[in-house]
Design a protein around this ligand. Structure first.
Ligand SMILES: Nc1ncnc2c1ncn2[C@@H]1O[C@H](COP(=O)(O)OP(=O)(O)O)[C@@H](O)[C@H]1O
Ligand SMILES: N[C@@H](CC(=O)OP(=O)(O)O)C(=O)O
Length: 455
């Protein structure tokens, strides 16, 4: 039995959903079908999830929502018409959206979650209706009915293993199950969504809980490439990689697969395959436990922007017991997670994602580090990017960091931070945002275009 997830681009239009039905029909093992909300049909199109966020924000501001509501309904209407379905399903969707809009606004986060989740929920209902229309024995299954359990607020949303036993029963259900991605329910029945891109996580949870033989993740590219194809021209395809490699690359900027989606599949040893809905016969990328990395120590290079660094300098910091804990506690109190903490004898930097900072928090952190930790020097810099080289064989290959540093020097940029050692499979360079693309291109050339002679 296989679990298949179809991403936003795969279910963005009637034409795409017809391809999905063909893919499902062509392999009787494809039993659990996880779907996203309709995504982009062309590059400057708007995803339904973004339309829903706008709709929820309009409602929360107390403004009239009719125009925003109709924009969402019309996206589904267009799809339903293209699939030859009657107006009934569109009416079901419109009624559902109106009910959600009439819901409790007291907790704006939960109100927003409820509207965001409707993107996948209504698309799953629509796709199940279409499958039945073309003769497939399919039914929509609600994550609440199936038992996809998530934790309570205020913590970050994650699936609870307590839900696995009930979810495993999906395996024995007759026919095809169409399951909405992106959200689950707490024990007391409250809906919560995963982070953006989180339908990948739903697919992985179901694949793990049901003991699927394969988790197929269908998207709009033939495979995962060694670098982002929108930045590097014609990057090479990765045919096989390990869970750890994909996790590191996804975290560092390979948006093709969600970094939190690796763990459930990894824990139950379910192999993952990334495939193209527009070219399903292409072999795709396999994600497995181990690969032979003897001739290819670096498998991919990812880059992501939006980082800030707090630099703290204090004479004899290395001898001050508890300094690091107290510094990180400040971040905990401000509810800011940290990404890296490179250090020297008398200094420590804390690298965080800038999205967690506000002007107010920034000023408060700097003041508290000066006043409470008696630091000699404190400053915060924004506009950093992290470029990450990933590969299982990197640890055991000499001269790799030197090659990377030389390539970065060749690009004319300077390195702000290096982090190697903590992770066995990655080497992280902190650079200025303005240098990100040229460095990525230079590193790609060094590790993938100079052929493998130098490896
Ligand atoms: N290294 C990479 N390999 C493949 N695709 C990548 C990579 N880095 C970024 N991407 C982007 O990820 C996109 C697919 O992810 P996404 O848009 O989330 O798809 P979906 O709609 O299927 O969820 C690709 O179109 C590609 O532009
Ligand atoms: N629709 C949600 C969840 C998701 O996984 O979407 P996609 O498959 O289009 O990345 C989002 O846009 O975040």
């Amino acid at each position: 039995m296989k679990v298949c997830k179809f991403g936003g681009t795969s279910v963005a239009s009637a034409e795409q959903i017809k391809k999905v039905a063909n893919i499902v029909t062509s392999d009787s093992l494809r039993k659990i079908i996880v779907v996203s909300a309709p995504g982009k049909r062309f590059s400057d199109d708007t995803k339904v999830t973004d339309l829903l966020i706008h709709l929820a924000e309009t409602a929360l501001r107390g403004n009239d929502t009719e125009i925003e509501l109709q924009e969402v309904v019309n996206r589904y209407r267009l799809i339903a018409e293209g699939l030859g379905l009657n107006e009934e399903i569109v009416q079901v969707i419109e009624k559902d959206l109106r009910e959600r809009l009439a819901g409790d606004e007291n907790d704006p986060i939960l109100f927003m979650d409820c509207l965001k989740a409707s993107g996948e929920d209504n698309n799953a209902k629509l796709i199940a209706t279409y499958f039945v229309h073309v003769g497939l024995p399919a039914r929509y299954v609600c994550p609440k009915e199936a038992g996809l359990l998530v934790n309570q607020r205020p913590e970050r949303v994650r699936a609870l293993p307590e839900g696995d036993e009930r979810l495993s029963e999906l395996r024995h259900e007759p026919g095809i199950i169409v399951f909405p991605g992106f959200f689950g329910y707490t024990e007391d029945g409250t809906l919560r969504t995963f982070n953006r891109g989180g339908s990948d996580i739903t697919g992985s949870i179901l694949a793990a809980a049901t003991g699927a033989e394969l988790y197929e993740n269908f998207t709009d590219v033939d495979s995962v490439f060694a670098a982002n194809p929108t930045i590097v021209e014609n990057p090479i395809a990765i045919t096989k990689m390990t869970y750890r490699e994909m996790r590191e690359l996804a975290y560092a900027g390979f948006s093709v697969f969600h970094d939190e989606a690796l763990m459930p599949a990894f824990r139950r040893s379910v192999p993952v395959c990334i495939k193209n809905t527009n070219n399903p016969d292409a072999p795709g990328t396999q994600i497995v436990k181990e690969r032979d990395h003897s001739d290819q120590p670096v498998i991919g290079i990812a880059a992501d922007s939006g980082f800030s660094t707090l630099f703290v300098d204090k004479y004899l910091m290395n001898q001050e017991i508890g300094f690091g804990r107290r510094l990180l506690q400040l971040f905990e109190e401000e509810e800011i997670p940290f990404e890296h903490t490179p250090s020297g004898i008398d200094n420590l930097s804390v690298i965080i994602r800038s999205e967690y900072l506000t002007d107010e928090k920034e000023a408060r952190i700097i003041r508290r580090v000066k006043d409470e930790l008696k630091a000699d020097n404190v400053h915060l810099h924004s506009n950093y990017s992290m470029i990450v080289l990933v590969g299982e064989g990197m640890r055991h290959t000499t001269g790799l960091a030197a090659r990377a540093a030389t390539a970065i020097a060749r690009s004319g940029a300077s390195i702000q931070m290096i982090n190697q050692g903590s992770s066995e499979v990655s080497l992280v360079f902190g650079v200025l945002k303005e240098d990100e693309i040229k460095i990525l291109k230079e590193l790609y050339e060094e590790f993938f275009q100079k052929s493998t002679i130098a490896l």
